[in-house]
Design a protein around this ligand. Structure first.
Ligand code: HEM
Length: 488
């Protein structure tokens, strides 16, 4: 072989070697870029296979809260339960909840988790429409319930409350749950639907509304909203009836009728009637459960009851017997009693979302996990509101935990208290809800001596809005006509 051939062979070998090295390096670099498996955070610890069967057994035997609490103790604040290929990840505590509440709708949303509401309220609103329209409709609800509009509801609310309790005898025994449910229905009719509905169509509207609620609020309709059960037919019939009634009323929630989308389009009749049903529904069951739990808790904690009555006496003195919007805002003891009842008995046991884009969480202990796209994620209030490192003795009814100097929810950080949700979908009815529960309880505390005569109620876990399972029997006795207020 001459020198020329020798160099050519050497050059060819060198070229092949260099090409091979470059290819290997670039493949490796590409592999690292495209599939960063080595850098990826681990998924959360998971319960799969036979362990999930054991879990199902715990769920049926001990209930939802006990099942989640068991896994929280075993696996920590982030874990996945895998059932028939469905992956559900639980996020417990404020440290891992920020993205759940604040994530962009394109990354994390309700998805199809609330599909059951489409046949209830109609395909023209909320979960029947695209995300952009839904966000605008949420804004309409927010505007209709904003504090500047709430002021004018106080007078009619008090009037309804006074008229209702005037019908009680001098003394007697009632089922608080049933009484407050009826009263809140009257308040909703008057304040949310208008005087016309309250005076002329009350019975018609609320028997249809009860049909809609009773046939939608069970776990079967949550999991199988379109199944051909008799309850689904009754629900659809009630929806159609309410739609016809609302379509004929002209001054119902004028602000919804007057609402306009960003492109200037006015709301349609089907949208207004659907949104009215959403607001009525979102407000009615939550508020009646909260006012009953507040009562049950107050009446079984004499010290808290005494403090709440004392506050009413002071308020009456301070405002010379006049109660209005500002007076209600001044009732901080009663406010904390309601807030604490809601911490222990949130009407919604858990919130759901669907993950559309992977995200990471970091636990309090510093562990990081990646939650993959496709998972359903849950923020279980029944655990979140009872975390011992945030709430001292969480099983104890202690309204002062929210008072000056303690403020355990604030110390715990954002999303420590989520009875009204938070972030993007925070409840727009929170101020309205506090107002109506305060109007009811300030009237009861000022005018009656009350005593709980049935055992403290258990929770009905089969309902979507958690309410007392049994009747809540209360013995009452009217105060003398001057009530708690004496001018001096
Ligand atoms: C004590 C009473 C109430 C409680 C505990 C409560 C709780 C909640 C919670 C936790 C959410 C958020 C659900 C989620 O993130 O998936 C929510 C949403 C909502 N609430 Fe309330 N609520 C109450 C009363 C009311 C009232 C009185 C109204 C109306 C009059 C109302 C209207 C709404 C609406 C329209 C939404 C949907 C907001 C959205 O998806 O962006 N709520 N509520």
């Amino acid at each position: 072989m001459d020198m020329t051939n020798c160099s050519a062979v050497f050059f060819a070998i060198a070229l092949v070697f260099i090409t091979t090295v470059i290819t290997m390096v670039s493949r490796r670099a590409r592999r690292m870029r495209v599939d960063p498996a080595c850098n990826r955070l681990p998924p959360p610890p998971a319960v799969t296979g036979t362990s999930s069967i054991v879990l199902l057994h715990t769920l049926l035997k001990k209930g939802f809260r006990a099942m989640i609490h068991e896994q929280y103790t075993k696996l920590g604040s982030v874990f996945t339960i895998s059932f028939f290929g469905q992956k559900t990840t639980f996020l417990i505590g404020p440290e891992v909840s920020a993205h759940f509440y604040q994530g962009l709708e394109s990354e994390i949303s309700h998805g199809k988790t609330l599909e059951m509401t489409v046949p209830m309220f109609g395909k023209e609103v909320i979960f029947g429409v695209d995300i952009a329209t839904r966000m605008e409709q949420n804004r309409f609800c927010l505007d209709a319930l904003k504090p500047s509009r709430l002021r004018c509801h106080v007078g009619p609310m008090f009037q309804e409350v006074e008229e209702y309790f005037e019908k009680w005898e001098q003394q007697g025994t009632i089922d608080l749950k049933q009484e407050l449910e009826q009263l809140l229905t009257l308040i909703s009719a008057r304040c949310l639907l208008g005087k016309e509905v309250r005076e002329k169509m009350f019975d018609e509207v609320f028997s249809a509304f009860r049909q809609l609620s009773d046939n939608s609020l069970h776990l079967t309709s949550f999991f199988f909203p379109y199944a051909p059960f008799p309850s689904s037919w009754r629900r659809d019939k009630a929806h159609a009836k309410l739609k016809n009634i609302f379509a004929e009323i002209e001054d119902v929630l004028q602000s919804l009728i007057d609402s306009k989308y960003k492109d200037g389009r006015p709301t349609t009749e089907a949208e207004v009637t659907g949104l009215i049903m959403v607001i009525l529904f979102a407000g009615k069951h939550t508020s009646s459960a909260s006012s009953t739990w507040t009562g049950a808790r107050l009446l079984s904690h004499p010290q808290c009851l005494e403090a709440a009555i004392k506050e009413q006496q002071e308020i009456l003195k301070k405002y010379k017997g006049e109660i209005d919007y500002n007076t209600l805002l001044d009732m901080s003891v009663l406010h904390r009693c309601i807030k604490e009842a809601l911490r222990m008995h949130p009407p919604a046991p858990t919130f759901f979302r669907k993950v559309h884009k992977n995200f990471t969480v970091r636990t309090r202990e510093g562990h990081e996990f990646e939650i993959p796209r496709g998972h359903t994620i849950l923020s279980p209030l029944v655990i979140n509101n009872n975390i011992p490192y945030i709430y001292k003795d969480p099983g104890v009814y202690d309204p002062d935990r929210f008072g000056p100097g303690r403020e355990e929810d604030k110390v715990g950080g954002k999303f420590s208290y989520t009875a009204f949700g938070g972030g993007r979908h925070a409840c727009p009815g929170e101020a309205y809800a506090y107002m109506q529960v305060k109007v009811i309880w300030s009237h009861l505390l000022r005018n009656f001596e009350l005593q709980l005569v049935s055992p403290f109620p258990e929770t009905d876990w089969l309902k979507i809005a958690l309410e007392p399972k049994e009747r809540v029997m209360v013995r009452y006795k009217r105060h003398p006509p001057c009530g708690l207020y004496t001018e001096n």
